[in-house]
Design a protein around this ligand. Structure first.
Ligand SMILES: Nc1ncnc2c1ncn2[C@@H]1O[C@H](COP(=O)(O)OP(=O)(O)OP(=O)(O)O)[C@@H](O)[C@H]1O
Ligand SMILES: CC(C)(CO)[C@@H](O)C(=O)NCCC(=O)O
Ligand SMILES: [K+]
Length: 241
């Protein structure tokens, strides 16, 4: 059994590998991440993992906390930190400097190539929204980066006098109060971005969403799509095969 850890800019997601797939644990907010918190989550595992694979696009300090917690619980564990490469598992990285592609994006591409049909447009709807295009030969055609929903909402409150960040419920379409108008605006911006990019792709291209905001954004898309919530973790799992 192996342990997989995906550290995003907001939350840490983790899973253990099982013969028939992943067993996904409860996400931990980055600001609440401590060795003790991980020990509490992982202390309940039925047996010690042999290997730990980490994907980290956030501060290196968080990956260190994860390593320390794992080594303290299981001194014999082997730790592996994923890095973006020029080529792996039939996928070729489009970046001029392949190591500069966010490792979460790279792992999502590897998992999409293995578990979904290509050509595919991957939209990771997390702290940032990233789009990555993969052709039928496994060639990454490049991608795009935009702020995610929370960052868009926070940037409005940071850059204006009247707009405050409210924990408003999402309602479709034009709104009649500020919080709902902002939420509706940013979800429309995200859905519009994805539709704009996807509609320029060949007919055979599929649309694949992942990330915490994938279900909400998918509900506002004018195209059919699949949601794979564990795409980055599934990419990590490939690396340990
Ligand atoms: N239970 C939840 N807790 C926190 N955020 C959630 C939850 N469910 C959905 N979300 C949404 O998920 C978004 C964060 O997505 P995700 O967890 O994929 O981000 P992340 O992996 O930290 O980001 P990234 O990889 O882009 O840095 C938040 O904007 C929030 O709106
Ligand atoms: C864009 C994010 C923040 C998305 O999590 C991450 O993939 C990242 O930090 N990427 C590095 C820059 C790049 O991918 O071009
Ligand atoms: K992510």
């Amino acid at each position: 059994m192996n342990l997989l850890v995906d550290i995003g800019n907001s939350r840490l997601k983790w899973a253990t590998t099982a013969p028939d797939g992943l067993v996904v644990g409860a996400a931990i907010e980055n600001h609440a991440l401590t060795e003790a918190r991980l020990a509490e989550a992982w202390g309940r595992l039925s047996k010690p993992p042999d290997r730990l694979a980490i994907s980290c696009v956030s501060a290196a300090r968080l990956a260190e906390i994860v390593c320390l917690a794992a080594v303290r619980l299981w001194p014999a564990i082997t730790v592996f930190e994923a890095k973006s490469e020029a080529q792996a598992f039939g996928v070729t990285n489009a970046y001029l400097q392949p190591e500069k592609l966010g490792v979460d994006r790279w792992l999502a591409l590897l998992a999409a190539r293995r578990h979904h049909a290509s050509p595919v447009c991957i939209a990771d709807c997390g702290t940032a929204i990233t789009l990555d295009l993969l052709d039928e030969h496994g060639r990454h055609l490049g991608g795009m980066i935009s702020p995610g929903l929370e960052l868009m909402r926070k940037s409005l409150s940071a850059g204006t006098a009247a707009l405050i960040y409210e924990d408003s419920a999402f309602a479709v379409g034009p709104a009649n109060h500020t919080g709902a108008a902002i939420y509706s605006g940013v979800v429309s911006a995200a859905a519009g971005l994805i539709e704009h990019v996807f509609s320029a792709q060949p007919d055979a291209c599929r649309l694949l969403l992942t990330g915490g905001d994938a279900p909400l954004i998918a509900s506002q898309l004018g195209f059919p799509c699949r949601i794979d919530p564990d795409l980055v973790l599934r990419g990590l799992s490939l690396l340990l095969e």
